[in-house]
Design a protein around this ligand. Structure first.
Ligand code: ZN
Ligand code: FE
Length: 256
């Protein structure tokens, strides 16, 4: 069994502590900073075995050096971007399996946000750690990749089991949802989801994780086949990759 503990750090980052309950092996997914991770490990009485990085941005690797110094943990991260992952000791890429004790994760290369971005799918736990690739109601900005690359990356994640929980790295859901409603206002699942999101945020609660099933039904970046989105964008019948690219470009300039 994979135990998952969610930490809010910085303004909107999530760090996940994950532990294989069979062996006690423990990972910290994208530790933006070290102190809150060390404090949580102490509280939980967990011993850090691995930092598990999805990509090189400072709000994901900022705690690496101090955590390695304090705990002697290993660092697993993208082979394609090893030079930008501080302290990396285990390089993984598409199709590799990462073992956190008995808990096994399949690795996907998901370039687009950065060129070396990877995601970790713990199949038995139905948990996907996808960093800044797929967000609740959104997807990452294309800093180092093309729309076609990102669409290909998202297409690998879209086909995972619908019950997969989406552990993304930021609480962006409310602003993502305002954009989503602007391109697909008649999507009743989206309208209902946003009501729930607003309630959760008003109560100071996280909206993450969601499930892939919810994202498939409401996230515009997974829905370029939606006739309403195609109509909003003026791209009826266009190739899905082009609808996706136009949606991403529109979001880049969206002010909610
Ligand atoms: Zn990032
Ligand atoms: Fe980030």
């Amino acid at each position: 069994m994979l135990e998952i503990h969610q930490l809010s750090v910085l303004s909107d980052n999530y760090v996940y502590l994950v532990r294989d309950s069979v062996t006690g092996q423990t990972g910290a997914v994208d530790p933006a900073m070290a102190e809150p991770v060390l404090a949580a490990l102490k509280r939980l009485d967990w011993t850090l075995s691995f930092i598990i990085n999805t990509h090189h941005h400072p709000d994901h690797v900022g705690g690496n050096d101090a955590l390695v110094r304090e705990t002697g943990c290993q660092v697993v991260g993208p082979r394609a971007d090893a030079a930008r992952i501080p302290g990396i000791t285990l390089e993984v890429g598409d199709g590799d399996e990462f073992a956190l004790g008995e808990a096994k994760a399949q690795v996907f290369d998901v370039p687009g946000h950065t060129r070396g971005h990877i995601a970790y799918w713990f199949r038995d736990a139905a948990a996907l750690f996808c960093g800044d690739t797929l967000f609740a109601l959104g997807c990452g900005r294309l800093f180092e990749g093309t729309p076609a690359q990102m669409w290909h990356s998202l297409s690998k994640l879209k086909v995972l089991p619908p019950e997969t929980r989406i552990y993304c790295a930021h609480e962006y859901t409310q602003s993502n949802g305002r954009f989503a409603l602007s391109v697909e206002p008649a999507n009743s699942r989206l309208v209902a989801r946003m009501q729930r999101v607003d309630e959760l945020r008003a109560a100071g609660q996280p909206t993450v994780p969601s499930t892939l099933e919810e994202e498939m039904a409401t996230n515009p970046f997974l829905r370029p086949d939606s006739l309403e989105i195609q109509h909003t964008l003026g791209l009826p019948g266009a190739a899905l990759v082009d609808v996706f690219g136009a949606t991403r470009a529109l979001k880049d300039n969206f002010r909610s």
